[in-house]
Design a protein around this ligand. Sequence first.
Ligand code: NAI
Ligand SMILES: NCC(=O)COP(=O)(O)O
Length: 335
Amino acid sequence: MVKPIALTLGEPAGIGPDIAIAAWLRRKSDAVPPFYLLGDRAFIAARAKLLGHELPLVDAGPGDVARIFSEALPIAATGHPATAQPGDPDGNSAPAVIGSIRQAVSDVMAGHAGAVVTNPIAKSVLYRAGFAHPGHTEFLAELATANANPPQPVMLLWSPDLAVVPVTIHLPLRDAIEMLSSRMIVDTVRIVVADLRARFGIPNPRIAVSGLNPHAGEDGSLGTEDQTIVAPAIATLRAEAIDVKGPLPADTMFHEAARRTYDCAICMYHDQALIPVKTLAFDRAVNVTLGLPFIRTSPDHGTAFDIVGTGHASPSSLIAALRLAARMAGSTPSA
Ligand SMILES: NC(=O)C1=CN([C@@H]2O[C@H](COP(=O)(O)OP(=O)(O)OC[C@H]3O[C@@H](n4cnc5c(N)ncnc54)[C@H](O)[C@@H]3O)[C@@H](O)[C@H]2O)C=CC1
Ligand SMILES: NCC(=O)COP(=O)(O)O
């Protein structure tokens, strides 16, 4: 029997509950794989009502989902009530947000769920409540290990049009440039190549690596990092027979013809990677964490506080995330 997907609550004041409800309502038309939502049933019922739906919500564990999903939205209680109002985040709901993520990871690590899909969190709200991790990506890596050496998580934004990976993730731009190293680039590309082979069925992934500076440094006259950090990493990866090219000027590597020449673009910092993919495929792109011992995907967007409870939140990216997670769960995990 196919294992269900554990879907986290996300920020309760955000659109996570709206799109989870919408995804369940589209379960037949969009072939949404069975999932259960880890959250507070009364809270979800109230959001559904605000959106104009009287939903059948059933308390359920992962083992009940296959039986229930076609008729009701399965809810797994986490024991933490959510109190935030639509569009108005409140730090008191932080335990509900974090407890949902913890329980989803526990379920997938125990083999009860096939994958974790996360709804968006508002990072600054959690930081103010004492959350010490930059985002899901880094938190999930910590939860994935019982010891002090978490795996290196890699953020992949996957879409039919473009796949991108930022080498540095949730860092102020100044710190990202400071921290960038050949070692980080090499480690990131190795994880990307292993997971593209094992989980995406691409036997020989073609990798394009961006430069850091304008024009990839213009032979050192617009910054030296492309020559001293990026190029040596590419040489190391080529010596491992990885199909990799670069450093490429980031402003010209995303046009249509260029995109056809690679399977994944490796970028040096968050916005260099996420701007092109969100521009091309905002409603289709999926955030995937590579390098973990379990599958985690997420919609590409955030909490969208401006449209919570209005019915305007599109569940497309969440549905793409659920479908991709199910597809990946059916493939052979990397060793
Ligand atoms: N995976 C995660 O947990 C992520 C969380 N965030 C968090 O989201 C919060 C807000 O971030 P923003 O930069 O404002 O980005 P956002 O993605 O929440 O919103 C940007 C714009 O896109 C619209 N939008 C977003 N998702 C939509 C959807 N499904 N349907 C229709 N319109 C949609 C919003 O209404 C808004 O106008 C931040 O606190 C950030 O930390 C952002 C990205 C990912
Ligand atoms: N901009 C992408 C993003 O913030 C997602 O981060 P994460 O919470 O999935 O680590």
